[in-house]
Design a protein around this ligand. Sequence first.
Ligand SMILES: C[S@@+](CC[C@H](N)C(=O)[O-])C[C@H]1O[C@@H](n2cnc3c(N)ncnc32)[C@H](O)[C@@H]1O
Length: 235
Amino acid sequence: MTKKPTSTGPGGARVLRTKVKKKRGLKDSSRRWLERHLNDPYVQRSKADGFRSRAAYKLIEIDDKHHLLKPGMRVIDLGAAPGGWCQVAATRIKSTEEDPRVVGIDYLEMDAVPGSAFLQMDFLDDAAPAKLVETLGGEPDIVLSDMAAPTTGHRRTDHIRTMHLCEVAADFAISVLKPGGHFLAKTFQGGTESGLLDLLKRNFRSVHHVKPPASRDESVELYLLAKDFKGRTGT
Ligand SMILES: C[S@@+](CC[C@H](N)C(=O)[O-])C[C@H]1O[C@@H](n2cnc3c(N)ncnc32)[C@H](O)[C@@H]1O
């Protein structure tokens, strides 16, 4: 790897751009991914700010604009690893070690995040919904989902799998949220089925798509934000 000053950053400072040398065994697409990752300002910022993922900034930017996370709330974070969203949520709701009010779930391992509990299990497991609510110790004010299915290389398959996760997350949110609660979930441009949108519109007072600046322009990723849950009576 070599670092070359290739451009000027904020304040006119020279920015060192990391180039990954062409090597045998590293496919061109992997080399380009690594180069983009190493030069991504959000990746560099997340290291400096102590966040575990660049994804943390997506939640920060959405919350700064839509004011979802308030002290004292209870939060469920679906697809939590490596823990960036748990870090942001626990800090913003002022969750403590003594009374953790954030519960994350992922089938991958995750190091503990102060102020949050973690379940290492598949959210699609039948036992997961009850276990999440039991661990949280009450109904959530917010259900977050940044779940993404592992990529297969076949774009359409990846979309379908991630959309399925989004739909299951929406059903879960409707079955557990407190009235007035919110649901924020990863989806894809053009991917949200009208059935899912109708379901959310029937159950929440406002529903729209959001694309935070930290979500790369070239990515088809979007977030569905459903605010102000109407409650379960009449659903
Ligand atoms: C984009 S990452 C989440 C990043 C996280 N928001 C952060 O800030 O660190 C998506 C996560 O969803 C998880 N995931 C995908 N399908 C899942 C499932 N069925 N159950 C639990 N976790 C799942 C993946 O393991 C992955 O860790």
